[in-house]
Design a protein. Structure first.
Length: 309
């Protein structure tokens, strides 16, 4: 009987509101079963997602760096794109795990992306061209190129622009959108280049002797390669000289030394053989009038003739 009375005292009366501890217990159960479980699940997805991203980054980096088709710039771009895609996917998974609708988030991302695309359409054009340059590789770092009126060594290929260093140590930044829309010359693509030097000689010179002298001069130079063989041709008849063209092949890295050294060597070799380099001359003819005995130019004579008429 005493036990019955004690139990009846502890139990809430029928129709009475639950007590403080009962309410707290219900809140705790709801939190654990709903919100708490979602938070724990989300944290687990976060940790797992970060681990997966690190693993995928390592695999992608290893695969791209081992690939012979991709240089460092292309490999870095691929790794960056993969990383961004993985992080965006992780954010969507976390938001969905918390119980929020991902449709609104995706729509918001799309609207923001559209606004950014419209505001940065020129930059995005350069970005697209940068991707094309990185993967098609019309040139690479260290190549000697000419783009429009600029020429120099490629220092860096970026997603939005390319940096060129001229031989005067001037740094030029060219947008990638301009590079693919204009004429570009890559002088470093082939392993050898041809050096062409035009040499004027007097009309009274022995052409066979001059050709052999020029051929010997370029053939014996230290940087001239044997195959293809050097050659000398009579290029044209100038106003005051015959113009020969001496042509020699050399390695790319020796091009400028070969060009300037051969120019100097040819001049000295011709001079040693008594063959001078002609220069343009103008002959002025003076006409002496019979009446005054003064020397006047043909133009003055024509002018006086018109006045007398």
């Amino acid at each position: 009987m005493y036990q019955f009375l004690a139990a009846s005292a502890d139990a809430p009366a029928e129709g009475a509101e639950p007590g403080f501890w009962e309410t707290l217990r219900q809140i705790g159960e709801d939190f654990v079963q709903n919100t708490g479980l979602a938070i724990v699940r989300t944290l687990a997805f976060l940790v797992l997602g970060l681990v997966v991203i690190k693993i995928v980054q390592a695999i992608t980096r290893s695969a791209t760096l081992r690939s012979r088709r991709l240089d460092n710039a292309a490999a870095s771009f691929v790794i960056s794109v993969v990383t961004v895609v993985l992080y965006v996917a992780l954010v969507i998974v976390l938001v969905s795990s918390l119980g929020f609708s991902t449709a609104g988030i995706i729509a918001g991302f799309s609207a923001v992306a559209l606004a950014i695309a419209l505001a940065l359409k020129d930059s995005l054009g350069s970005l697209a061209n940068g991707v094309i340059i990185i993967f098609t590789k019309p040139f690479k770092k260290g190549d000697y190129v000419q783009i429009n009126e600029y020429d120099g060594l490629v220092q860096d290929i970026r997603l939005f622009n390319t940096k060129i260093l001229t031989y005067s140590n001037e740094e030029i930044i060219i947008p990638n959108s301009e590079i693919l829309s204009t004429k570009m010359i890559n002088y470093s693509t082939m392993p050898i280049r041809r050096v062409v030097i035009d040499v004027p000689v007097p009309y009274d010179a022995d052409t066979a002797k001059v050709k052999q002298l020029l051929l010997d001069s370029v053939s014996e130079y230290k940087y001239t390669v044997k195959t293809p063989a050097p050659s000398v041709v009579l290029k044209e008849y100038g106003d005051s000289a015959l113009k020969f063209s001496a042509r020699a092949w050399t390695l790319n890295e020796n091009y400028w030394d070969t060009l300037y050294d051969l120019t100097d060597k040819i001049f000295n070799d011709l001079k040693a053989q008594g063959i001078s380099i002609p220069f343009n001359r103008m002959d002025v003819q003076l006409i002496q009038t019979a009446a005054q005995g003064a020397a006047v130019s043909p133009a003055e004579c024509k002018g006086k003739g018109r006045e007398e008429e």
